[in-house]
Design a protein around this ligand. Structure first.
Ligand SMILES: Cc1cc2nc3c(=O)[nH]c(=O)nc-3n(C[C@H](O)[C@H](O)[C@H](O)COP(=O)(O)OP(=O)(O)OC[C@H]3O[C@@H](n4cnc5c(N)ncnc54)[C@H](O)[C@@H]3O)c2cc1C
Length: 472
């Protein structure tokens, strides 16, 4: 028997959309969320949270074993990794936060329909195959939020054993002896960093000319330098020739070929980890039946309030163009919820979105790079300051990296900030707020930064925009 359920707002996909579901409930709407797997989606179960749990141990291990003696900790070199204890901690963290999301949805009286959903109209979903049974659910409005899955390359399709994606890497119970990572974007360099700290031989293969190709080129250069120092081999402008892959007793043997010319390197590793980006999960959910819905390369096209153009139908997160990041998805979900509830939230702006990559050294950026500003025909002035010159960085024992600020040449308005170094992700909050309130580099410098803190790197970089940095 098929049940029916009606809501003011129905959400298809219970990943980061849960934040918007709660916001809508706070604003007085009845809300239903359809989820076929665990609540919290990729971020909580297969992405941000478990990967950062591993990275935290990687950092701790590095600090204790490689820096412990210098910090006065005797016997620290002998400390090793217990991967099964780490996996237990990783899973406990995920579990705790999935239960937290379940609790918050319940507290806000959001109904969760457990099962797979297919659109039966712009604001209705047929749910089946889960513990909620068969349900015809509908809403006055609907938010599509079905997320994304790893992409692969022809000939490098994951087999779950020797050729894997981040999904399988996260489930593994041990560290490979050696790994070749294809793709040096955020996910690729995070795995390179953590596997290296765990003692694996790591090779990074990137098709474009530099690693972290979406970041400022100075950041790519600094990461390359530090990765080289850490023993991570990097092949840029290169790819694995899938025709050459063969299984060996130890894993896989293959050829890394240069993108141009005839450079070839014979290589072997236990695993290939494919980290070439994500594809929106928009097939098989009934989109083709919705008249007037615009999609491009699988992405649902929306305006800056997440409206699809089909009345009452919204979309958020990894299925829409823009940065595929958890906080972007949850912010978009809140904007959609508030719009649906009749409020007039500020539009979503990608140029205000912070981006963090949790390799070591960490990378964080917001707004325009110098090159992007130039492409837009803007005249800029740039200031940069190295962590090496900062007392706190010396105390922390992490002196690689810098902060770089890009400001409008005429007004001094902060256009972008790019940080590579210790706690870069946390440091990014200040330039992100500065971008929102349209602060100038001079105003960032004018705001007094406590001493000794890593935040001083921002004040000095802001001073450097006008050639006035003190400690260089
Ligand atoms: C390894 C890795 C590390 C990452 N690290 C970070 C990070 O540090 N910081 C960051 O900001 N972002 C990170 N991300 C990206 C982040 O996880 C995503 O941007 C975010 O999860 C997108 O949220 P979403 O709600 O759009 O999609 P998802 O989180 O993927 O949620 C979609 C949900 O919809 C469900 N669903 C799909 N189809 C159906 C259906 N037909 N019926 C019912 N349910 C359905 C899925 O089961 C899923 O739960 C990482 C991603 C990966 C893979």
């Amino acid at each position: 028997m098929t049940d029916t359920a009606t809501f003011d707002l129905l959400v298809l996909g219970g990943g980061m959309s849960y934040v918007g579901a709660i916001r809508a409930a706070q604003l007085g709407l009845t809300v239903g969320v359809v989820e076929r797997d665990a609540l919290g989606g990729t971020c909580l179960n297969r992405g941000c949270i478990p990967s950062k749990a591993l990275l935290e141990t990687a950092d701790l291990l590095h600090r204790v074993t490689e820096q412990g003696a210098e910090f006065g900790l005797s016997g620290s070199e002998a400390i090793g990794l217990d991967y099964s204890a780490l996996a237990t901690r990783r899973d406990a963290i995920v579990d705790k936060h999935v239960r937290g999301v379940e609790f918050l949805l319940k507290k806000n009286k959001v109904t969760v329909l457990h099962g797979s959903g297919v659109l039966s109209g712009p604001t209705s979903v047929r749910v089946s195959g889960g513990e909620s049974g068969d349900v015809d659910a509908s809403g006055t409005d609907l938010i599509l939020a079905t997320g994304s899955a790893p992409r692969s390359l022809p000939g490098l399709e994951p087999d779950g054993e020797r050729i894997i994606t981040s999904d399988e890497a996260l489930k593994r119970g041990s560290v490979p002896r050696s790994v070749t990572i294809v793709g040096a974007g955020a996910i690729g360099v995070e795995w390179a960093s953590l596997y290296r700290d765990f003692g694996a031989e790591v090779t990074l293969v990137e098709f474009l000319d530099r690693i972290v190709p979406l970041e400022d080129p100075d950041v790519s250069r600094e990461l390359s330098r530090v990765f080289r120092k850490r023993g991570i081999a990097t092949h840029t402008a290169s790819t694995i020739d899938p025709e050459t892959i063969r299984r060996t007793d130890e894993g896989l043997a293959f050829t890394i070929t240069a993108r141009e010319g005839d450079g070839r390197t014979e290589h072997a590793s236990e695993l290939i980890l494919v980290a070439v980006g994500r594809r929106p999960l928009t097939e098989g959910i009934g989109l083709e039946a919705i008249d007037g819905l615009r999609t491009e390369r699988g992405y649902v096209i929306v305006d800056d309030h997440m409206r699809t153009g089909v009345p009452h139908l919204y979309a958020i997160g990894d299925i829409v163009p823009g940065f595929a990041l958890a906080h972007v998805a949850s912010h978009e979900a809140v904007v959609a919820a508030e719009t649906i509830a009749g409020h007039d939230p500020e539009p979503v702006r990608m140029d205000l979105m912070p981006r963090v990559t949790f390799c070591r050294p960490q990378i964080a950026s917001v707004g325009l790079t110098e090159a992007e500003a130039a492409e837009q025909g803007r005249e800029v002035k740039v200031g940069s300051f190295p962590f090496r010159a900062l007392g706190k960085a010396t105390i922390v024992g992490e002196v690689d990296g810098f902060a770089k600020m890009v400001a409008d040449a005429g007004t001094g308005l902060l256009l972008g900030a790019h940080i590579i170094g210790p706690h870069a992700g946390d440091l990014l909050a200040e330039p992100t707020l500065a971008r929102l309130v349209e602060a100038t580099a001079a105003e960032i410098a004018m705001s007094v930064h406590a001493h000794p803190t890593l935040t001083e790197v921002l004040a000095e970089a802001a001073l450097a925009v006008d050639g006035a940095a003190i400690h260089v």
